[in-house]
Design a protein around this ligand. Structure first.
Ligand code: GDP
Length: 443
């Protein structure tokens, strides 16, 4: 996501690179590029204008810091403004005391509202919070069925009264039911329409009035682009929202909606939807998204992802091994599997600064190479895996591994020499906590 925006911004930096200071004139071109990039990313026109104005004022007034290039300084100014416009920091869900916390879901039909309700329930469970889902879309029996099915899938209870009941009453009884069950959160799914519609808004407002939710979350489809601003404005003015969930950010979206929502409503985006599966929900971190937009990579997400997978003691052991050049094929295999668990190589590479320029072809080649390496290592004996020198010194061993894995002897020799080179490289770097042993072997 956001690739197009990042690419456009690249030329904005270029116009400033090589200049020795930021001036009224050289910033014109850069600002024009930023503006063009934002509009192409479907950022609302007014939002883009305000943003450019902020950046212009800050850039022109900025002291040129010694040792920093103007383009770098400009990137920093744009980055800070982006983070600011998207809401500074992660904004967690309200937690009511006494419970239950009541969350009202709002949004147009098809935006992913029902899915988001279930995703949220699952997310809460990971935080040891228990939710009840409430189905109030009495106009579409399929919507109720969908919520019931999702509830079963994630093992979260669903409260519904069929299609004959009144949505306001369902919501109220749902909250009462949650209290009886002793769950701490109620997530109320509501009816959406294809377009903003006075009846829908009135119903939503009535439910809100009746249950006094702690959160009213607007679900916005990131693909809506420009429209996101109008949509947010309408819901915020007529119902009042406390935050938003931006869905379908995994798709081919231009992401401008992320900037519009906060700017228009003053309310934060709390979560993003990144896929159809119930697990595909992530907390929204403005700073990370800003670096992603600017093509600075998203190191934080990467590190966090790695941390989820690596047990710390294990990581320590691994770095000690690297420092002492004891890193062997077993460790290599372990790290490769870790990489794979973290997602595809392509996904990970995108998160590393400077790596987002790697072509998909190169990435595919990388994945293939990793698989080949794995097959060859699997054909090694335990001693060989622990002591790669055995292979380096014995053509017959390499031949056996080649035969066992279905590759050529030359492939095995290359793997062994690459491995040795990588190991000494890692030792030199001396700090491969999350060791990316696949990298030196990248084509
Ligand atoms: P609702 O009408 O707003 O309740 O929308 P649904 O929850 O039924 O979702 C509409 C469609 O969007 C479904 O096919 C979902 O699987 C899909 N969807 C929801 N969230 C996401 C997301 O984050 N990414 C992708 N790719 N699809 C999503």
């Amino acid at each position: 996501m956001f690739d197009a925006l990042a690419e456009r911004l690249e030329s904005a930096w270029k116009t400033l690179r090589g200049q020795d200071k930021i001036t009224e004139t050289n910033i014109q071109e850069a600002l024009r590029e930023v503006r063009r990039a934002l509009l192409e990313a479907d950022v609302n026109l007014q939002v883009a204008k305000d943003f450019i104005e902020t950046v212009r004022q800050r850039a022109i007034g900025a002291e040129v810091i010694a040792g920093v290039r103007p383009d770098q300084q400009f990137i920093k100014i744009v980055y800070d403004a982006l983070v600011e416009i998207m809401g500074e920091s992660y904004s967690p869900l309200a937690q009511a005391d006494p419970s239950p916390t009541i969350i009202l879901m709002a949004g147009l039909q098809g935006t992913g509202k029902t899915t988001a309700a279930a995703k949220l329930a699952l997310h809460l469970r990971k935080e040891n919070r228990r939710a009840l889902l409430v189905a109030t879309d009495v106009y579409r029996p399929a919507a109720i069925d969908q919520l019931v099915t999702l509830g079963k899938q994630i093992d979260v209870p669903v409260f519904e009264l069929g299609t004959e009941a009144n949505p306001v009453e369902i919501a109220q009884r749902g909250v009462a039911h949650a209290k009886a069950l002793g769950v701490d959160t109620v997530i109320i799914d509501t009816a959406g329409r294809l377009q903003i519609d006075t009846e829908m808004m009135a119903e939503l407002a009535a439910i809100k009035d009746a249950v006094q939710p702690h959160e009213t979350l607007l679900v916005v489809d990131a693909m809506t682009g420009q429209e996101a601003a109008n949509l947010t404005r309408a819901f915020h003015e007529q119902v009042g929202i406390t935050g938003a969930i931006l869905t379908k950010l995994d798709g081919d979206t231009r992401g401008g909606a992320a900037l519009s929502v906060r700017q228009v409503s003053g309310q934060p985006i709390k979560f993003i939807g990144v896929g159809e599966k119930v697990e595909a929900l992530q907390p929204f971190y403005p700073d990370r998204l800003a670096s992603r937009i600017l093509g600075m990579g998203d190191v934080l997400t990467l590190v966090e992802k790695a941390q989820e997978e690596v047990d710390l003691a294990d990581a320590e052991k691994m770095s000690r091994k690297i420092l002492e050049a004891q890193f062997d094929f077993d460790d290599f295999l372990k790290q490769m599997r870790l990489l794979r668990n973290m997602g595809s190589l392509a996904g990970i590479m995108k998160l590393i600064p400077g790596m987002n320029k790697v072509s998909s072809e190169q990435l595919q080649q990388g994945e293939v190479q990793l698989k080949r390496a794995e097959a060859m290592i699997n054909s090694m004996t335990r001693e060989e895996r622990r002591n790669p020198e055995l292979l380096a010194g014995s053509p017959s061993r390499r031949q056996r591994v080649a035969k066992g894995s279905g590759y050529q002897v030359a492939d095995v020799s290359k793997l062994v020499s690459d491995f040795q080179r990588m190991r000494s490289l890692m030792q030199q770097m001396g700090q491969g906590q999350f060791g990316m042993p696949g990298m030196p072997m990248m084509p």
